[in-house]
Design a protein around this ligand. Structure first.
Ligand SMILES: NC(=O)c1ccc[n+]([C@@H]2O[C@H](COP(=O)([O-])OP(=O)(O)OC[C@H]3O[C@@H](n4cnc5c(N)ncnc54)[C@H](O)[C@@H]3O)[C@@H](O)[C@H]2O)c1
Ligand SMILES: [Zn+2]
Length: 326
């Protein structure tokens, strides 16, 4: 078993995992990758192949990701391609990876031209979640993950959304045993949507709620906005567009803003130029040649896919969020 981890997570949890696997009769070894999105590259995957060979991993072996979404995406792609594919296990250690990145089988790396441009579908044989590890997760990472938990409630689980509106607001809640129920609810939303549409031909797109504006904000901020923060602002924007188009009432927008600020997530955009944001949206490589696709909330637990949002409506929403129109 090749345990893939980085210099932040490995010192915390790799020894315990290695010992457990050894006790169970496996032959584990730890492979190191550097931390950070900037290292989610083919070069890093290449160093993993070398480490797999050094550890004598063969086609009967297993790659195990111990880390956040970056580690999962990298090691999943390495597992999909090494010797034409070996078994893969995810042990996600961030909230985002637990409820989102470790589920659904998308793996891959970034290119200098953009994020996630190379990859493979590789379903893990097992996703093993221990919320205890969130104790060491930095606060900003916890909040980033919470944006996706809230997103999953808004897409398809009104009970989850309602719980997050009323439960105690302590981040420490998320590493107790009682958090298991909420984490499982959140990941089930993604799991059921992905099972319905594993290769993203249709419904799976709803998981991109908040991401149309969110990705643009990430880019224009030069990635100083965390993914979850950008998605948080993006969800407020989606609700604003839905309201303008008559798809939902103002109370829904209010509830979305309230729940996001309750968990310390931003609901306003920094004053970036509207034109830069629009440009970033239309340059989204995956959408080349087609119009923008919007995921808009109708109600808590219900969203729709809309292709033809007028550009003026988008501009007004970006201004409402705090972007500059000059
Ligand atoms: N494959 C998918 O479907 C999918 C979905 C969403 C996001 N992603 C990808 O996931 C990545 C983001 O993942 P992320 O938010 O988990 O970031 P990350 O993997 O970079 O982890 C964030 C930071 O927290 C550290 N860390 C992780 N677990 C820790 C712990 N328990 N204690 C202390 N520190 C810990 C990491 O070393 C890292 O420095 C992006 O590359 C994104 O593209 C993939
Ligand atoms: Zn996301």
């Amino acid at each position: 078993v090749a345990i893939v981890s980085n210099p932040i997570v490995a010192p915390l949890y790799a020894d315990a995992l290695e010992a457990t696997l050894e006790q169970a009769g496996y032959r584990p070894f730890v492979c190191q990758i550097p931390a950070g999105e900037e290292n989610k590259t083919l070069d890093t995957v290449s160093t993993l192949y070398g480490q797999f060979l050094d550890g004598n991993l063969d086609r009967s072996g297993t790659v195990l990701s111990l880390g956040g979404g970056v580690t999962g995406d990298l090691s999943g792609f390495a597992a999909a391609s090494f010797m034409r594919g070996v078994a893969f296990i995810q042990v996600p250690t961030t909230l985002l990876a637990m409820v989102d990145a470790s589920i659904g089988g998308k793996t891959g790396v970034d290119l200098p031209q953009g994020k996630n441009l190379v990859g493979a579908f590789k379903q893990p044989s097992l996703v093993l979640i221990d919320p205890d590890v969130l104790k060491t997760s930095p606060e900003v990472e916890m909040r980033s993950g919470l944006a996706e938990v809230i997103k999953h409630g808004l897409i398809a689980d009104q009970v989850l959304f309602g719980t997050l509106e009323t439960m105690e607001r302590e981040l420490s809640y998320w590493w107790g045993d009682h958090a298991v129920a909420q984490i499982v609810r959140a990941l089930r939303v993604k799991q059921s949507i992905v099972e319905e549409d594993p290769f993203e031909r249709g419904r799976r797109a709803v998981l991109n709620l908040g991401h149309t504006i969110g990705h643009a904000l990430e880019k224009v901020s030069d990635y100083s906005l965390r993914h979850g923060e950008a998605v948080s602002i993006g969800m407020v924007g989606a609700a604003d567009i839905a309201q303008t188009l008559g798809g939902c009432d103002s109370n829904l927008g209010m509830r979305i803003r309230n729940i996001l600020s309750r968990w310390g997530l931003p609901i306003d955009s920094p004053p970036y130029p509207v034109e830069s944001l629009l440009q970033a949206m239309s340059r989204d490589k995956k959408r080349q040649g087609r119009g923008l696709r919007w995921i808009l909330p109708r109600d808590i637990g219900q969203v729709e896919i809309v292709e033809d949002v007028p550009i003026d409506v988008v501009k007004t929403t970006l201004c409402n969020l705090g972007a500059r129109s000059d």
